[in-house]
Design a protein around this ligand. Sequence first.
Ligand code: NDP
Ligand code: GDP
Length: 327
Amino acid sequence: MGRKALITGVTGQDGAYLSQLLLGKGYEVHGLVRRSSHSEVDDHRLKWIGVRDDINFHDGNLTDLSGLIRVVREVKPDEVYNLGAQSFVKASWQQPLLTTEVTAKGVANILEAVRLEAPEARYYQASSSEMYGLIQEPKQSESTPFYPRSPYAVAKLFGHWLTVNYRESFGLHASSGILFNHESPLRGLEFVTRKVTDAAARIKLGQATELPMGNLDATRDWGHARDYVKAMWLMLQQDTPDDYVVATGRTISVRELCRVAFEVVGLDYEKYVRLDERFMRPAEVEVLLGDPAKAERQLGWTADTTFEQLIQEMVEADLVRRRRAAA
Ligand code: NDP
Ligand code: GDP
């Protein structure tokens, strides 16, 4: 019999790529979806990637323990991937309590549901490089101390340590992936890469004239989501659960991101980008640079896509989308 996976956050960027990966490996894929005022699932990413009709959807919410228990009892998954979150750093200052409910306490809820209903299941927690925040070492590895700089990062730190604690307390096969920023044509438009690639496409097509931006000097270690979901799966195939940094080992500024994206459409970013205070943050994470040596060594994982290939793919996808929308 094929294996069963339950994914929270299945409608998000990583949920779409992970579903595609698992379906390709013969898994039965189940996804948790939260109810809204319309009955439709927000399935645009799953459709884009071509897996929408292959997923079994279950109503539920990370804030609702009883619902999670019901879903885990019904599905009896072999693997659980907890990707659901209020995932946007900037929004976490405007909605710190919601972020705490979903991104922190939601982890306690899903871990409890797994412990009670499927204790043999293998569990993946979507932890984040944002936990390093005000970096304590120039290159961040599994042993680098954390210093979160936003309500989002504080919530993620809770989820990370609770995952470690459930592993140590109850013997759950629970792993935490400390993933550095990863992007794709399916990234939300509020995140900086997609904001820039979409703007480059719109400006090229004459649909916009400028791009308001925040801190151009911040640097991030950006990889491709398609590569990063492979690391999630590999973590759950190990005999022993553990924590892994997943990164490319290269850090690039937001300014350079703008340059590369506009270059794809043959434009000079300096003519279009302007600074806008609204996109600055109360506390900034200036630099993130990951050391993926452990994931490479123990999981045999590597980031296959370069930053330049990633941005090119994103700009080209946005050109297609914006042309289609205007037609
Ligand atoms: P997205 O924002 O694209 O997706 C988030 C998902 O969480 C969506 O499916 C959303 O559902 C769901 N969700 C939100 N609130 C709830 C809730 N209360 N109950 C159940 N589901 C909920 O994130 P990504 O795919 O980019 O990221 C996946 C995970 O990895 C997240 O936890 C993120 O914080 C983490 N992460 C991401 C990184 C990145 O660079 N992408 C880096 C490190 C960690 P809906 O469609 O209804 O909104
Ligand atoms: P994060 O690393 O999870 O916060 O991912 P984001 O893509 O939201 O932001 C990455 C970096 O880009 C942060 O340092 C932001 O301050 C910086 N940045 C600069 N301008 C913008 C902007 O207009 N939007 C966003 N989202 N980030 C910006």
